[in-house]
Design a protein around this ligand. Structure first.
Ligand SMILES: *[C@@H]1O[C@H](CO)[C@@H](O)[C@H](O)[C@H]1NC(C)=O
Ligand SMILES: *[C@@H]1O[C@H](CO)[C@@H](O)[C@H](O)[C@H]1NC(C)=O
Ligand SMILES: *[C@@H]1O[C@H](CO)[C@@H](O)[C@H](O)[C@H]1NC(C)=O
Length: 376
């Protein structure tokens, strides 16, 4: 009886759309634009100094420069979603984490653009626990962040969830998720005494990811409007995977100016994603001086580069951000189809918000070509 009620409850929870009114959709231009903000390291605002800026910049620089940078980016890029990939606040220097989060996320909130966040390894260093920080974020205005999926009881971490991006209003794909976004908590530090260093994505989280990916692929490839291959997925979290060390300047776009600060063991999440088959790119932060993107086994592993002024950086090397734009195909009859391409570039916090390192992360044509080569 008890298990029957539980199943019933789970069924209700899973069928009621949690954010019915806030369903993400491709915009009227057939695009979905994502602004990634990595490592704001926000503390107390005006009184918090900037790190690693030029000597002549020190006096006029504070957390408010981080805020100004987000505002300018929102105006220039007009994103459909803003994603904060952790170390949103620098807990160690934060007097009041609630005040810091209110200030750090305020440009996103006042823009009325939906936003999503995960946490890094510094967000909980003030008076709120990791759960406390994530719970507070989930209650903020205009956010689509979630504490954890209701069906994944006992999952590790806080802030594991997924978001679906549906087709354009009034199109035939209005009820299909054409792009899937996954958010995971990559933790802070290892709790296993024999393994030093940073935390990793746990088996419980990988199981949830795998089941969610399977469920989404099934829905996409079944009627109505059954599709032949899975909808592309993008994954956002804070700490890079060990596989980020697979590249050098001959096979990535961007720069690597410091080591890869991943966990010291490999928990296998990269293999889990390759097996799932829908993920095209992973976006992390954590290493502020690395901003590259490289392709390993069909998955691009990307950094955003350091964003915040109270985060370590490199004087004279602009703070930066990563944009991702997914575009839909339009048929000859002018009907919107499924995804055509996923592109990325970075924007620098200079006078002109200079865009650099534009690259294609995935294209439908490229995927088709690969499939054909595979058949020979
Ligand atoms: C920080 O903002 C102030 C005020 O707008 C500006 O004068 C200064 O150049 C900015 N500093 C940096 C490093 O961008
Ligand atoms: C999409 O779903 C809504 C609500 O269930 C339904 O009314 C509508 O007919 C569906 N549209 C298409 C094109 O499938
Ligand atoms: C990148 O190139 C280096 C050699 O310069 C090679 O060792 C490495 O395996 C390459 N990585 C990938 C992912 O192709």
């Amino acid at each position: 009886m008890a298990s029957f009620i539980l199943v019933l409850l789970l069924t209700i929870l899973c069928t009621v759309p949690v954010h019915a009114s806030k369903q993400l959709r491709f915009n009227k231009n057939g695009e979905f634009r994502i602004l990634q903000v990595a490592d704001m390291h926000y503390a107390n605002g005006k009184t918090t100094p900037c790190l690693d800026v030029l000597p002549q910049q020190v006096a006029s620089c504070s957390d408010t420069n981080t805020t100004a940078f987000i505002r300018r980016l929102i105006f220039a890029e007009k994103p459909d979603l803003i994603v904060f990939t952790g170390d949103n606040i620098f807990g160690f220097d934060t007097t009041d984490p609630v005040k810091s989060m209110n200030a750090a996320f305020s440009p996103a909130i006042s823009s009325n653009i939906p936003w999503a966040a995960v946490i890094g390894n510094h967000d909980q260093e003030s008076t709120l626990s990791r759960k406390g920080v994530m719970k507070y974020i989930v209650g903020m205005k205009n956010t689509l962040s979630q504490l954890n999926p209701p069906e994944a009881l006992g999952i590790d971490g806080f802030g594991n969830y997924n978001l679906e991006v549906h087709g354009i209003e009034n199109s035939r794909l209005v009820n299909k998720s054409l792009l899937n976004l996954y958010f995971l908590d990559s933790g802070d530090y290892s709790k296993v005494p024999s393994i030093p260093g940073y935390d990793w994505i746990k088996p419980s989280q990988q199981l949830w990811f795998q089941q969610t990916s399977t469920k989404l692929q099934r829905a996409y490839m079944n009627e109505p409007e059954a599709q032949k291959s899975p909808a592309p997925g993008l994954v956002y979290f804070h700490i890079p995977l060990p596989e980020y060390a697979s590249f050098d300047s001959s096979n990535f776009t961007g720069v690597k100016q410091e080591g890869i600060s991943s966990a010291s063991i490999n928990s296998g999440f990269f293999a889990t994603m390759v097996e799932a088959g829908d993920v095209k790119a992973v976006f992390t932060g954590h290493d502020h001086l690395n901003d590259f993107c490289g392709d390993l086994s069909g998955i691009h592993l990307c950094y955003a580069g350091g964003f915040g002024y109270h985060a370590y950086g490199k004087a004279g090397w602009s703070r930066r951000t990563r944009m991702v734009v997914a575009s839909l195909e339009k048929t000859d009859e002018g009907v919107w189809g499924t995804l055509k391409s996923i592109k990325t570039w970075k924007r620098l916090d200079d006078e002109h918000l200079t865009a650099i390192d534009a690259q294609v992360l995935w294209s439908k044509m490229g995927a088709r070509r690969k499939k054909h080569i595979g058949h020979f």
